[in-house]
Design a protein. Structure first.
Lengths: 368, 368
DNA sequence: CTGTTAGCGCTTTCAC
DNA sequence: GTGAAAGCGCTAACAG
């Protein structure tokens, strides 16, 4: 018969109403700061709520309000510094606006990614999708079903009718700048250590490589499949060292002796630096190396790494702003593209003369 | 009048019921695989659900079922490799069991942390708390209010009546092992580069330092405040170099010339290595260095870093298992403590003879 | 200003 | 086997 809540059950609005001797509606009003409620009554309600350590069930509120104050974030791998940075920036920015983050790690599986996008989206108000490798068809379908969506580092595809906002770093422009920097330093035989071949950011870097080749007939960039981690870069050091020594890869008649290597990212560059060091190859005296991302200690490596600083946290913050706009019914201007700033440090320098001569004469020793 | 859903509104169970010509209850039964429903009817319902691309609102289900299939994870900083690993392991393990993760980054603020623990917990079924620096009083209160809770790398406090499960790495034992390893290599003057002074994992390391001092009267460990990041280690290199050179810190009459430095973690060790390298101090010839955590590329540094491998992902997985047990009403056996395995690599070696002699004679040059 | 009432979308007794 | 109806805890008309 009592209206007191049992100790174990969290207090409900009805408990508060009973204790304050008012109706549910009044309690709701007071707790939602509806101004047109009597001061005295309001005080009484608040007192009752305090006594009962009451706070409204977010679940019930969400159901009736039709909003959860939560957004889902799907990333391929939390270990990846890019997505981690995005998540961090996003989570803090959203937190400041009273929003929560439901995070899902697809473990690099596209199938999982698609499924997670759906299941997480349903319990949230929106979806921030980092899906660099999702096939375009699947992406299009998801964009149709899961709005509001904000895309990070991924284009919606040629014909996207949804006007989905995109927040991205301009990997292409940044790699182009790195290439130009090396070219200006006299490098003519370059190697690009590619990341996951189907990822969006790798594709954009490859476009920069293509452009560069077209713009500079005097130079050549050989693309080598590599990977995205330290270990991948470390492993690539063997191949790179061979090429520097003049032992060109058998299946690659185009390669000369490279004087510069552009790593997919800083992790790869670090691995490369490490493997090169073990082989007595000096950086930048024998070969210049660039990274990508500017992770916190890139500047502290030996030598400090020339790289392109991708503002990952900012990407996350902006992704949130786009999402907040959509949630607020505002329609946001299209894509936000951030141009990474190239940090020129000591891992790059003038092309070594010897190799430069070799290049000029197009001389090439063939592996045997 | 029509029972067809408008295109823009997600289909509800009522829409499905109407289309299949059955009651809501039947639809619910079918979709929840309740066996006692007519095969033919069930098929019809499934068909209707498919046609309407229906799937039940997780929100409404959560409200009525009293569970959200979501757990909250509060971390001080996503950038920290430890918490990141925990989150990753946890998120994947929980995902396999159909659970979602609500993640909150407290930006290292204890106040935020307390608030976030409460607000996130309310929209979830449980809370995984990584709060290495939360004052014990606050923690105790939260443990009382927010159950079920699982603690990561943090003790609940001396008198915890809640029986909260703890998943932790044994930082103390691991640092002790590192200290013994160095002692066995002849090191007698050591430096410990401390992390955040009030954090639980730093406290445990300090305990190991204390034990070591007591067990080895012939050795001495000087603790220097440092930090947890690459930059902190880099900055500490100056002080360490001074001490190695015999310029002991003025306020620290106890310090001799150190032959080994134990960094708080790998990031700090990397920074230290970098700073030491710039000063021409060789590792391990002049000084041995150890890290902590065994982050992915610790083995690739030059020299490869001797460190203690903390199984962070496993911590996350185990945290989830504990949580899953509690959610399933099972009561889990107490604390799960994981002993990091010490990885002996090339950054440590025998104590250099010169300094060893200096130590023996207690000779000390004083800074001026 | 305050209370009554009707849902939000779903599950689950309880009858039939 | 199936349906009607009562809620889960809350908010928002709608009356007074």
């Amino acid at each position: 018969m009592s209206t007191e809540p049992r100790a174990s059950r969290p207090a409900t609005i009805a408990d508060v109403a009973a204790r304050a001797g008012v109706s549910l509606a009044t309690v709701s009003r007071v707790l939602n700061d509806n101004p047109r409620v009597d001061r005295a009554l309001a005080a009484k309600v608040r007192q009752a709520a305090d006594d009962l350590r009451y706070s409204a069930s977010p679940l019930a509120r969400s159901l009736v309000l039709g909003k959860t104050n939560t957004v889902a974030v799907v990333v391929p791998d939390l270990e990846n510094p890019t997505f981690l940075g995005v998540l961090r920036g996003l989570s803090r920015a959203a937190g400041r606006d009273g929003y929560h983050i439901l995070v899902a790690d697809s473990a690099e599986s596209v199938t999982e990614e698609i499924a997670l996008a759906g299941t997480t989206r349903r319990r949230c108000d929106g979806l921030v999708l980092c899906a660099p490798r999702m096939p375009e068809d699947d992406l299009r379908r998801l964009l149709g079903e899961l709005q509001p969506v904000v895309l990070v580092n991924r284009e919606p595809g040629s014909t996207d009718p949804t006007g989905t906002p995109v927040v991205a770093a301009d990997y292409r422009a940044a790699l182009a700048e790195l290439l130009e920097l090396l070219h200006a330093d006299g490098h003519r035989e370059l190697v690009y250590l590619a990341g996951a071949s189907r990822s969006a950011s790798n594709t954009r870097r490859l476009a920069a490589v293509r452009d560069f080749g077209a713009d500079h007939p005097d130079a050549r960039v050989v693309t080598l499949p590599c990977g995205v981690n330290f270990a991948d870069g470390y492993a690539a050091a063997a191949t790179v060292a061979d090429r520097i020594a003049g032992h060109v890869g058998a299946g690659d008649p185009e390669g000369g002796q490279p004087t510069a290597v552009l790593a997919f990212n800083d992790l790869v560059a670090m691995g490369l630096l490490s493997g090169l060091g073990e082989r007595g190859i000096r950086v930048p005296a024998d070969v210049s190396v660039t990274g990508f991302d500017d992770i916190p200690f890139a500047r502290y490596l030996s030598p400090p790494l020339t790289t392109a600083a991708v503002p990952v946290d900012e990407l996350g913050v902006q992704a949130w702003h786009r999402m907040a706009d959509r949630l607020g019914g505002r329609t946001t201007p299209g894509h936000a593209v951030f141009r990474p700033s190239v940090e020129r440090r000591a891992s790059t320098g003038p092309a070594p003369v010897a190799t430069s001569a070799g290049r000029t004469s197009r001389r090439r020793r063939v592996a045997r």
